[in-house]
Design a protein around this ligand. Sequence first.
Ligand code: ATP
Ligand code: MG
Length: 393
Amino acid sequence: MNTATPKEILLIKNGELALKGLNRGTFEAALTRNLRYRLRRIGDFTLRCAQSTIYIEPNDPDTDLLAAAEAVEKVFGISAFSRARVTEKDMDAIAKAAIEYLKDELTAASTFKVESKRADKTFPFTSPEISREIGARLLDAYPHLTVDVHQPDTVAYVEIRDFGAYIHAPQRPGAGGMPVGTGGNAAILISGGIDSPVAAYMMAKRGVQLYGIHFASPPYTSERAEQKVIDLMNRVSDYAGHMKLAVVPFTHIQEEIQRHCAEEYFTLIMRRMMMRIACRVASKAGCKALITGESVGQVASQTIPALACTDAVADMPVFRPVIGMDKEEIVRIARKIDTFDISIQPFEDCCTVFTPRHPCTRPKIADVEAEEAALEVETLIEEAIAGIRELSI
Ligand code: ATP
Ligand code: MG
């Protein structure tokens, strides 16, 4: 190791320790792949995995490690992470590095402790001996400090590992969840609203690789409305990684519904058409489930009987991760993932354009089917699918 240039790296602690069904190797391979993808624009890094820790080392010392940390913060499957100084496995070098590297934290604190971990058992001092020695040296360098082993203001961590000694401050919490790609594939029905991006984020957090499906109704909906969906997907992809987005032309279907069906059923029939198309598109894209941003009682099409009507035409499971959440709770997540400000931009959505004045909130499936009989369902579906544009997010 070149000790002339002090090296800083990112130390990542894997999440979900009690891995059931999924073995650690699969988990770590997916996590490493996702980290590489997320860091690709920031610089050239070497990633190493050992002892439930991933080491991210910049190959160029001028790499923006703060930007790397910000990207890593949004990668699912990480329980905690920190920036760390790498030094030789030598007590003097460790003490010198700790004094320099933890200057800000130690200056701001009144009390501290040192916590040491010796994974490399060939290092000639035990963990308590390392903590005692480094603690004494830090006290010399920062005389305002006192040691408090129970409730210290800050902790200086020293880890003696195979590749070197690492010094770092307390770790920051990671995004949690499972690495995207370990939870199968599902299609998110994404509108321009607040709820569906949050639903997407929540399923990506469980390791699900997403595929976006958006129904557009030009000229009733504008190009700006479509751009809004692309912008939302881009924000979601900070967490969910690379995705495809299928834009389905929906105008003709909506016009046909309006022409042939009773107004109180417009929304329901429209949602059933969305489901039918989404199932086919999802299946072709290798997805085994659909995801929507529906929440019980939020609007007329989200009562339990209405949801049963839409589910009746789906031939794969439909996940609704925000089903039991209040709008406020959903908004809190939307703000956290930075989709809220985009979602509230005022562009028409295909649903708002054709909203009936008095929607049926307690539909019976038989009545809905009778209304639908006036439509050439299969032809309309095929026509919409033929007009799909697939974009890369
Ligand atoms: P959101 O805030 O996600 O738009 P919403 O509360 O406005 O939801 P609806 O408009 O009834 O509710 O839509 C319910 C769900 O149906 C959405 O969360 C989304 O998953 C799906 N959906 C609605 N409109 C579209 C669309 N144009 N394209 C794709 N999916 C849609
Ligand atoms: Mg909506």
